[in-house]
Design a protein around this ligand. Sequence first.
Ligand SMILES: Cc1cc2nc3c(=O)[nH]c(=O)nc-3n(C[C@H](O)[C@H](O)[C@H](O)COP(=O)(O)OP(=O)(O)OC[C@H]3O[C@@H](n4cnc5c(N)ncnc54)[C@H](O)[C@@H]3O)c2cc1C
Length: 418
Amino acid sequence: MSETVDAIVLGAGIVGVSAALALSARGRAVALIDRLPHAAGETSFGNSGIVQTEGVLPYLFPRAAGDIARAAMNRDPRAHIRYRALPSIAPAIWRYFLASTQARKLATGKVMAPLMAAAAEEHLKLARDAAASGLLRKGGWIKAYRSERGRDLAHGEAEELKPFGIRPAFLDRAALTALEPNVGEKAIGGVHYTEPLSTPDPAALVRSYAALFAQRGGRMERGDALSLEPSGAGWTVKTDSGLVAARDVVIALGPWSDELARRFGLSLPFFVKRGYHMHYEAKGNAGLIRPVLDLERGYLVTPMAQGLRLTTGAEFARREDPPSAAHLERVEPYARELFPIGARKDATPWLGRRPCLPDMRPVIGPFPGKPGLWLDFGHHHLGLTLGPITGRLLAEMICGEAPFVDPAPFKAERFGSR
Ligand SMILES: Cc1cc2nc3c(=O)[nH]c(=O)nc-3n(C[C@H](O)[C@H](O)[C@H](O)COP(=O)(O)OP(=O)(O)OC[C@H]3O[C@@H](n4cnc5c(N)ncnc54)[C@H](O)[C@@H]3O)c2cc1C
């Protein structure tokens, strides 16, 4: 059996589901294809759940010699390097290092700011239409610090965000515990980003958006994106229910996107920053109200439907390297100092992969030289935040509308890699 639609979206994480919804809202018949039976089965399943609208400035690779040495020796708990992976991942890390300058950080901040400014509203609209407003909570999130050095770091970060109109609240210990009474005494203060939203269940949120897509007539199919082939004036993909054809195809395969891009001749400096999560029982009745980052140790704890979810920072490894408990085990003792976490609730840590490009901007726009093929991936630490708004931007481009922001800073050609 074969079926023809207007557009195929490959990948049903937050990015693909959002692109599919934005296209169907513009009257396109869309097939959303994933190798898994339901949406949000990979990275979008287990993240920290913050719609992190203050995150306009990218995370940089360390540049100071002392910081590099600490990171290289796995002495900085904010990151973890799998040494065996180094020969394969070193070129990508080098590109990331080169892109990690103050000037490029500010340039990226400038182009990310208008996306971030519209990101929460786009989520709220989708959640309202999906009857899932209860899955988005207000109250922001907190970067807690343990020392004067941490305070300087947190305040310095806040200062850098001022030109973007971001005005957090500065908390001493008393103000911190007024908001989060169960944060341990090693936390001496924090910076509260008040505007971001968070979700107690990122997978449920994305699945509610996928259900909205189905309700609006969209079809979700199981199939392998790597079966994509040009055909006549468009493209075909094999699915469990037959061949699906369309004029337009969106690659939204998150951390697996580069594989398909390479097949069609586009080689990008793509890499992943892996991260783990583990759920914990809350000790007694102590909990958290909003996500809290232990700034100097680089892990986050978010109150989730499943328990208190600890998420780790960046593990530098190959995408398909087997999971390792090492990073979680490095930070868990710190988390026990600061948060009311009891027994582990999951048998093994969950592993996710943040899809990254060295300038920490996603790739949004046409596939160079392949009419009808579109790119929507590389949302790094912020895919939950950016999925809906970049879905809108891409749909505007596909449908020939005036894009609400200039898409040029997100095009694939910026790496000059064709
Ligand atoms: C620990 C951690 C914490 C995070 N916290 C946050 C946060 O608080 N806020 C935030 O904004 N972001 C956060 N992120 C980042 C965010 O989760 C990602 O950027 C986002 O989920 C990426 O979404 P995606 O749709 O691009 O990829 P994915 O969710 O991985 O979706 C890709 C889809 O492609 C499918 N696929 C792959 N290959 C094929 C194939 N060959 N055929 C068919 N289908 C295929 C997969 O099955 C999958 O469903 C975090 C990430 C991690 C790891």
